[in-house]
Design a protein around this ligand. Sequence first.
Ligand SMILES: *[C@@H]1O[C@H](CO)[C@@H](O)[C@H](O)[C@H]1NC(C)=O
Ligand SMILES: *[C@@H]1O[C@H](CO)[C@@H](O)[C@H](O)[C@H]1NC(C)=O
Ligand SMILES: *[C@@H]1O[C@H](CO)[C@@H](O)[C@H](O)[C@H]1NC(C)=O
Ligand SMILES: *[C@@H]1O[C@H](CO)[C@@H](O)[C@H](O)[C@H]1NC(C)=O
Ligand SMILES: *[C@@H]1O[C@H](CO)[C@@H](O)[C@H](O)[C@H]1NC(C)=O
Length: 287
Amino acid sequence: MSGGGAKEEPRGSSWDFIWNPRTHELMGRTATSWGLILLFYLVFYLFLAGMFALTMYVMLLTLDDYRPTWQDRLTTPGMMIRPKGDQLHIAFSVSKAESYNGLLSSLDAFLSPYNDSVQAQTNDNCPPNQYFIQEDSGEVRNNPKRSCQFNRTALDLCSGLVDRSPTASSGQPCVLLKLNRVIGMLPGKDGQSPYVSCGPKVYDVNVGPLAYFPPNGTFNLMYYPYYGSKAQVNYTQPLVAVKFLNASLNTDLNIECHINSNTLGDIYANERDKFAGRVSFTLRINA
Ligand SMILES: *[C@@H]1O[C@H](CO)[C@@H](O)[C@H](O)[C@H]1NC(C)=O
Ligand SMILES: *[C@@H]1O[C@H](CO)[C@@H](O)[C@H](O)[C@H]1NC(C)=O
Ligand SMILES: *[C@@H]1O[C@H](CO)[C@@H](O)[C@H](O)[C@H]1NC(C)=O
Ligand SMILES: *[C@@H]1O[C@H](CO)[C@@H](O)[C@H](O)[C@H]1NC(C)=O
Ligand SMILES: *[C@@H]1O[C@H](CO)[C@@H](O)[C@H](O)[C@H]1NC(C)=O
């Protein structure tokens, strides 16, 4: 019984390259051949995935949740101001409340976590002029670590709490300065806290007398070393406020503030980094 050709075999048809019924080849390969290829790729990709997982695992083992593995050995951190304004340009008109209300409310929001009541709840009243060291003892973590209080009232005339309206409308604005956080940085020795000085960048402009808060414009040593936001959950960066008491009106004042410290070295010696330990901004007070 031959089946009488009931099954038509398209001999040598142009579809043979997909399924050749004579040789039982799919796209020119037998089932065994395809099986071997699939097996090869399966093993190959499993191997790649395994390599990836292993590398990842080894890398994660070397990471520490509380310390960055890669931190630039930067000796001097940058500084930043508040309010930032546009391109570090602060401008307002003494006679137009709408020109400075925005600046004041952004300062208010920024200073809110520094409220004495908040600080009393979250942070410690530390002894000043010395580091607040909280090292881990070997493998035993000493986390979370406490932080020191920085009370908003320490900013006195710049706290936005006293003498409120005159801050900007009197033409005596305050600018807040902070030092960028660097984990483990020790910015002073012999009980001498680093302090800020500000002055005109161009010597022919009259910046007038300045007042610093806290007194002498210091970042007290008790706020250092910083252990990272994960270890020191309630850390509030220390601030220095500078108040312009009699700055020239209607002119762009180019101001530079820099840090002075007996450990951070001479920031002007660092030709490579013109932002190390200093910040420049322009202030324009219109009448
Ligand atoms: C901080 O104090 C200001 C002024 O008294 C107040 O408006 C603000 O709500 C306070 N913020 C917090 C978080 O307590
Ligand atoms: C901050 O303010 C609180 C509440 O007024 C006060 O008890 C504390 O001594 C102040 N801390 C510092 C460091 O001045
Ligand atoms: C952080 O502040 C909260 C209150 O907001 C306090 O309960 C907690 O103990 C503080 N934690 C540390 C580590 O200072
Ligand atoms: C400010 O500096 C002067 C002179 O360097 C010093 O006598 C004074 O005690 C300092 N004041 C504070 C509050 O650190
Ligand atoms: C403020 O500075 C101007 C010069 O820019 C000067 O004439 C004036 O006497 C100063 N005012 C005070 C109170 O020092």
